[in-house]
Design a protein around this ligand. Sequence first.
Ligand code: SMG
Ligand code: MG
Length: 388
Amino acid sequence: MTASVPDDLAVGPLEPVEVVDVALRRISLPLVVPFRTSFGVERERDILLVEVAARSGGGDHVTGWGECVALTDPTYSPEYVDGAQHVIEHHLLPTVLVEGPIEAADVGTRLAHIHGHPMAKGAIEMAVLDAQLRAAGRSFADWIGAATDRIPSGVSVGIFDEIDDLLSAVQGYVDEGYVRIKLKIEPGRDIDHVAAVRDLIGPDVPLQVDANTAYRRTDGEHLARLDPLDLLLVEQPLPEHDVLGHARLAEQIDTPICLDESLVSLDTTADAIDLGACEVANIKPGRVGGYLEAIRIHDLCRARDVPVWCGGMIETGIGRAANAALAALPGFTLPGDISASTRFYAQDIVTDPITVDDGHVAVPRTPGLGFEIDAGFLDSVTTSRVVH
Ligand code: SMG
Ligand code: MG
């Protein structure tokens, strides 16, 4: 097998692998506290994992893991976990799994004619990439040219009805050392809540807000009331498809507009930047179809001087490890939503869960995406497993 390189990415060659079989595993993990956003409350994660059993060119057996970030319901984006499993089983795997060697970049190429489903596609690409890296004995961080050994850790704080409850949650996270606080907001729980948090943490702790599309074009004057609170950014105030609305809002308010849900690919990101709708970019690999597209978006934003940070989808230690490596690329100049595993889970499915030390997370450097599975615990939280 010859090693090849995705031609538009500054990564080195990585040998393809032969896929033996692919297992789709579902796990159920309760959250330590409910997480409320403008679109709903998450209490438990029902997560789809993709396990690619493969053979390296030298005949070694490796297993690569991918985590699909789709939520239970199509509330954050059109994808949802049952739908992701269905499209993977019935449309994506039959197209991807052709005879012969495969590498991560082939996944996107082979699936390009299938519309949408970036989270489902990204999970397959992630598993193939993990298998290739493990076969090569390389870490993801090393392969992509991660620039640092630790990254600053931000935390995302859900919506609370009572300001006092919000303040005690924020104080707890500040005490744990998080270097940046992100508050979820929605109409009715925004200006006063954010102002109270700014008072609590003082002017020096970086603070930002995320509306998950809860506002409308007519809310510009209202959102301008965030400006005196000195926020790093306001994330996705308007609906996913309203990129023009975000550009107009950017002219009305001083707080930089950051897009999350709207950025579904390299091209949509480039257009949003051109329009003036994206002053900061939240990069989530699952939302854009995988880590390779995420790196392309990073490269674009870096070339265009648009600051980026790594978002989170309440991942397990699988996704969080890969995100921690990605966020060590030089364009990630703002702290990401890469909080400790214990922020959401009492126990993680990896033996080396993410921890926050002095406000930072170590960039994993073990072969593969940067985690080892805790097989016993993983089996104990598995609700189904189908081999293809
Ligand atoms: O993974 O730390 C995390 C959560 C970060 O707020 C977060 N994610 O819109 O950015 C976002 C949300 C999407 C998931 S909320 C259920
Ligand atoms: Mg967001």
